[in-house]
Write a protein that binds this ligand. Sequence first.
Ligand code: SAH
Length: 256
Amino acid sequence: MVHFVGAGPGAPDLITMRGKRLLEKADVIIYAGSLVNPALLGLAKEGCRIYNSARMTLEQVLQTMENAEKQGLMTVRLHTGDPCLYGAIREQMDALDGSNIPYDSTPGVSSFCGAAAAINAEYTLPGVSQSVIITRLAGRTHVPEKEDLAALASHGSTMVIFLSASMLGSVREALLQGAYSPDTPAAIVYKATWPEEKVIRCTVDTLCDRGEAAGIKSTALIMVGDFLQPQYERSRLYDPEFTTGFRKGMDKGDTP
Ligand code: SAH
């Protein structure tokens, strides 16, 4: 059987307990290159065969899985963050279906969560934004026209932009074509949760200059939106006047 496992954003203790157990039991591990912390490979049992998929094609990955399956071995396919985002898992799963190889998936902490933790941020602040747009600029991978960064930026919501740290100038331009102003707050988080993590707080206007000055070209997320500024409304859920399924709220005028 093949287990797709999310490795988490970097810090080795951010893998799930289930993911860790699977890594410890695996006969074969195929991990997604440099974005997976090598410390996680230290969990492998003796004799486990370990492959770096950064040097492999999809066909080679599938062949490795098929060979393992024929020998009755268990494979962990270790992806960075959560496998469901930019993980190229669907093509592997469809091919495994075609070969009748069973598989399952164990989620991981995505880097967009690791990056929020790095700056103690909440993406969904009442009165500010209740939506998070996760996207990327087109690179060698095409992005559908309707998902053009400037078009998505027209919402002015919280945005987290993956895979675009080498194109900060184009990111800035697209964001300014949308609903953000030059002084909308932004942040770049490089290698969130790794020891070499770097946080740059800037604005949409200074995004490119600040990122380039820090030499950031990869393994970074760009966060944009007013969730990074200090004003917001307090939550209704914890409002003393608000009745929920678990707590009766006080009428205005009641003394606390
Ligand atoms: N599945 C992964 C994303 C893989 S795509 C996830 O859920 O996080 C690879 C991109 O993710 C990188 O180019 C970068 O934009 C982002 N990324 C991955 N790990 C990161 C980290 N620790 N800090 C900041 N960005 C990261």
